[in-house]
Write a protein that binds this ligand. Structure first.
Ligand SMILES: *Cc1c(COP(=O)(O)O)cnc(C)c1O
Length: 365
């Protein structure tokens, strides 16, 4: 299938980006800031790039309201890299031997839990595996340890479409939040977690840069085996430039932050995200063809999973949506069914077009 126009792209990540951001990048591609070269071709230590870098951090700080008690690191290796980096940087803070607690609510937090086992004791404090990851275990059932260095959870499970409506309270133990797929989608009180991390490719820009927001007092306790590039203390001291950073991804993330500021920031985008998600879930709930099994209060505003009650129609649904320019709706292979990822950059019109199509498809089915 080829198109002569931009389509509505519901991919989970890398995901759709604001058209204005892509246009600006295209306009600046051959001659950035009158330097006669693209931003990709200049030194990361040049004053021009450093200015972009500083502004990008400043914009993120202001969008998320990040206090000065937190460091922002721009790293490589993605969310998955942090699954290793976090235990290596934090587990030594445990009272006894290296240890952390995990709340497993889907495939991403399960991966984090498994990776951490390489570096110390990973305690499975709660899991919704028995409920097919369609819900979040009640806070009162969590078996938190007394001697864990931190508690890890995934704020939005991208594959299952399960999202924490609030930040859980785990007392004084530092809380680590994987916000790879809902960063900047809604207001988050930064002080409620000690570490926040996210790859850029879902809700910010292209892949290649990973944002780690970490409370400064937790920096400087890493295991001896920690790779230098993932040692938060080293990266904090060198402005995340112990080696060459992903300059183009950082520049694009910066354009994404400017775009979001122009939209009215997180407060405004949260309203739009709520409206988009409501539109889709309300339609699914009244339909006799489509369904969603996630506990209502835990449904993701970013990744709307759904299935066709007659699975024989799956192939036809995907073929016809593709032809209509509504693409990448096939669910993750681990979950099956369908998934519409409706991140910040997905306009309301895209969700309206999808609902209209789904309604029409149901009528014809
Ligand atoms: C995509 C994703 C990851 C993995 O991110 P990478 O940057 O691809 O390593 C981790 N956690 C969540 C919740 C995700 O959605």
């Amino acid at each position: 299938m080829t198109f002569d126009r931009r389509i509505f792209n519901f991919a989970a990540g890398p995901a759709t980006l604001p058209e204005a951001v892509l246009k600006q990048a295209a306009d600046e591609m051959l001659n950035w800031q009158g330097l006669g070269t693209s931003v990709m071709e200049i030194s990361h230590r040049s004053k021009e790039f450093m200015a972009v870098y500083e502004e990008t951090l400043q914009d993120l700080r202001s969008l998320m309201n990040i206090p000065d008690t937190y460091e922002i690191l721009l790293l490589q290796g993605g969310g998955l890299g942090q699954n290793a980096a976090i235990p290596m940087n934090l587990m030594p803070l445990a009272k006894n031997s290296p240890k952390a607690d995990f709340i497993v609510t889907g495939i991403w937090s399960e991966k984090s839990f498994k990776e951490a086992q390489k570096y110390g004791t990973a305690n499975l404090a709660a899991s919704s595996a028995a409920e097919k990851f369609n819900t979040i275990p009640a806070r009162s059932t969590w078996q938190l340890s007394q001697d864990a260095a931190y508690v890890h959870y995934c704020a939005n499970e991208t594959i299952g479409g399960v999202e924490f409506p609030d930040i859980p309270d785990v007392g004084n133990t530092p809380l680590v939040a994987d916000i790879s797929s809902n960063i900047l989608s809604k207001k988050m009180d930064i002080n409620k977690c000690a570490v926040w991390f996210a790859g850029a490719q879902k809700n910010i820009g292209p892949s290649g840069v990973t944002i780690v927001i970490v409370r400064r007092d937790l920096i400087g306790h890493s295991m001896g085996i920690t790779p230098t590039i993932w040692d938060w203390a080293v990266q904090a001291k060198t402005q995340s430039m112990i080696n060459t950073p992903p300059t183009f991804s950082i520049y694009m993330a910066g354009l994404g932050f400017k775009w979001l500021l122009k939209q009215g920031g997180v407060q405004e985008i949260e309203k739009r995200n709520q409206e988009k998600a409501n539109l889709l879930y309300n339609f699914i709930d009244q339909s006799s063809l489509y369904g969603n099994d996630v506990t209502k209060k835990y449904r993701s505003r970013m990744n709307v999973t759904f299935f066709l009650k007659d699975e024989n129609l799956n192939a036809e649904f995907l073929a016809q949506t593709n032809a209509a320019g509504l693409v990448a709706l096939r669910g993750h292979k681990a979950a099956g069914g369908m998934r519409a990822s409706i991140y910040n950059a997905m306009p309301l019109e895209g969700v309206k077009a999808l609902v209209e199509f789904m309604c029409d498809f149901e009528r014809r089915a």
